[in-house]
Write a protein that binds this ligand. Sequence first.
Ligand code: PEP
Ligand code: MG
Length: 302
Amino acid sequence: YKEELQKLIGTPNVTIDGVHIEVNANIGSPDDIENVLANDAKGVGLFRSEFLYMDGKALPTEEMQYEAYKKVLEAMEDRVIIRTLDVGGDKELPYLNIPKEENPFLGYRAIRVCLDQPELFKTQLRALLRASVHGKLGIMFPMIATVNEIKAARKVLEETKQELLAEGIAVSEDIEVGMMIETPAAALVSDLLAKEVDFFSIGTNDLTQYTMAVDRMNAKIAHLYDTHNLAILRSIKMVADNAHKAGIWVGICGESAADTTLTETYLAMGIDELSVSAPSVLEVRKKIQQVDTQKAKASLNL
Ligand code: PEP
Ligand code: MG
């Protein structure tokens, strides 16, 4: 079976009826790139930047981050979407001295930390903006729940860019700025959010957890953690429709992007991109090549 998949290297991610779908890779560090290239992905749809913060005993410097981002941007032919820090929840950073919380997944995490600690946020944004000249960069914000949050994040990004330009440091003019849709609140106001960004990437891991009110780590209720649930599929469809109405593209970067029993449904909804871990890239390609999106659309029933 593996040999059969290898034969798909060099073939396009195109459906029977000629629709091109982007298939990108999820990575957690620059060390993953080798495997990404071996599996014939051209871009990165989600670079989880947490590894930079989890590995050390203190915050990573701007320079350390810049080097890591540059490495990935230089290695990839296509766009690399780097997600800003997503700590909290199950990912603790001892040196930030965040008090213990009753409900860490509903707590001080991700964009909430970054907007609350602008210095920490700006260090990462400076590194990202400096690295932008080495490839095709997308910057993505996690855990957005309100329009104000995305506006605030974009404001800090713009301020940071102006500061760099004033220092005479080059910044790319065509960085795409997007956000994850992984809270039910974001899905419900995705028509408004779509006006603020260049793209959406749906994080079905958290979107499922929060929509179904089921802890993604709790084995006892794992049967309710179901990415096929109608509530999740309807949310994704609503997000896709709102993205397209606003003229932006929409991808999925949660684990369910690699679930080939859902590929046809996602393509019927008009999902433009699927970002999966390297070992799933060719499997998803194979499935895409078997789908007829016109037929799939006609039989979509949510
Ligand atoms: C998600 O929530 O689907 C996602 C991709 O983010 P993470 O798994 O890193 O929380
Ligand atoms: Mg998430």
